[in-house]
Design a protein around this ligand. Structure first.
Ligand SMILES: Nc1ncnc2c1ncn2[C@@H]1O[C@H](COP(=O)(O)OP(=O)(O)OP(=O)(O)O)[C@@H](O)[C@H]1O
Length: 241
């Protein structure tokens, strides 16, 4: 599976109200790009446009791939809300994508992914019987099951406790190696750990931030990563001032 890079260039609006842009976002092939920025600046809207899911927004621009082939069928989105089906078990929710496409669901692989996200003991439960963090891990498992070369993650670890968050970041890095990942996060530490590219989105446009050196996921106690986290937080506080 070869993952393409992608470029979004243009501006978006809801009716007469501008949401973002004009801006150009380059997402390099096979790497993690982390997108941070204040609430309401349009990060989720941008992800949904790339995923081809947003029919409410007017987008004036282009979304292109480095290999020139369409993104359709090559992209997975983990949305901010988990979108779990309340009447299906955790295992069946994890297999939902395959079912909707009329494919034979790979139950062994789903059980394996659920084990990796620590939910083996919960796979027969309905989502209503899970905590917020457990539900988010089901949504992560479902996204990882999609096995797509381009993966969009909208605050995928936001509901997790600190230890589980670090574990899930490591797991996602491992399982998404070589994929093109665009992740929205509000957590500067997460961006510093995971980003090959880090970009801040503001009303004025996009600003690149130099990521710390070393391969991702960077150790949580790596001094350069901690320094980058602090610098990123200061940069975000300045931009909000
Ligand atoms: N369906 C909609 N109709 C009208 N305006 C909308 C709609 N959805 C979002 N917006 C507006 O578009 C803007 C961008 O929203 P978006 O969710 O993309 O921001 P965001 O940067 O992802 O925010 P957050 O970090 O809080 O998730 C906001 O001002 C929001 O109020």
């Amino acid at each position: 599976m070869t993952a393409p890079g992608l470029t979004l260039s243009g501006s978006a609006s809801f009716g007469e109200t501008p949401v973002f842009g004009p801006l150009t976002l380059n997402v390099p092939a096979g790497q993690w790009t982390c997108l941070l920025g204040p609430s309401g600046v349009g990060k989720t809207t941008l992800l949904r446009l790339v995923a081809g899911l947003d029919d409410l927004t007017h987008f004036d621009g282009t979304i292109t791939t480095s290999d020139g082939a369409p993104l359709r069928g090559r992209i997975a989105l983990m949305a901010q809300s988990d979108l779990l089906m309340p009447w299906l078990s955790v295992l069946e929710n994890t297999l939902l994508g395959a079912r909707l496409r009329g494919e034979t669901p790979d139950r062994d692989r789903a059980r394996d992914v659920l084990a990796r996200v620590g939910l083996t003991d919960h796979q027969g439960k309905r989502p209503g019987a899970l905590s917020g963090g457990q539900r988010q891990r089901v949504a992560l498992a479902r996204t990882l099951m999609e096995d797509r070369p381009v993966v969009l993650l909208d605050e995928p670890f936001s509901a997790l406790d600190a230890r589980t968050r670090a574990d899930m970041q490591n797991l996602a890095c491992e399982l998404l190696t070589g994929r093109t990942v665009l992740m929205v996060t509000h957590d500067p530490g997460e961006a510093a750990r995971l980003g090959h590219r880090i970009t801040i989105m503001e009303t004025g446009g996009l600003s690149p931030v130099t990521p710390p050196p070393g391969p991702a996921p960077r150790p949580v106690d790596d001094p350069a990563t901690l320094q980058a986290q602090a610098a990123l937080l200061n940069r975000l506080r300045d931009s909000a001032a």
